[in-house]
Write a protein of this length. Structure first.
Length: 114
């Protein structure tokens, strides 16, 4: 410290994050999961979240081709999880109807342009 080797550290002079929160023995695991954007959900639940997030992103996609690519990718994940889950609850997701997703995308896009 006397040589100033710690002067340029990030957060210098700021309070420690979470210092006012109750003690949590697993704080470091939760921070690691958050920082690495990892999930500890069972595969079927992680897939459900992935599909919901993907469908929310559809409205912002620039073209029908990108919508279809996203649906194809999600459907591949759904088929994989449905065929291979061995841990946690089973998946009840069915592959998405690409034509329906594209039709909804078109309607939303038309409304945004008017």
């Amino acid at each position: 410290m006397a040589r100033g080797e710690f002067d340029d550290l990030p957060g210098k002079g700021k309070p420690l994050p979470g210092l006012d929160r109750p003690h949590d023995e697993e704080w470091w695991v939760k921070e690691k999961l958050k920082r690495e954007q990892l999930s500890c959900l069972p595969p079927a639940l992680a897939l459900r979240k992935e599909v919901e997030d993907g469908l929310r992103r559809v409205a912002g996609l620039p073209s029908e081709a990108t919508v279809r690519d996203l649906v194809d990718s999600l459907n591949a994940r759904i088929r994989h999880v449905n065929a291979s889950i061995t841990v946690g609850p089973g998946s009840t997701l069915m592959p998405l109807d690409a034509e329906r997703v594209v039709a909804n995308w078109r309607v939303r896009r038309e409304h945004q342009q008017t």
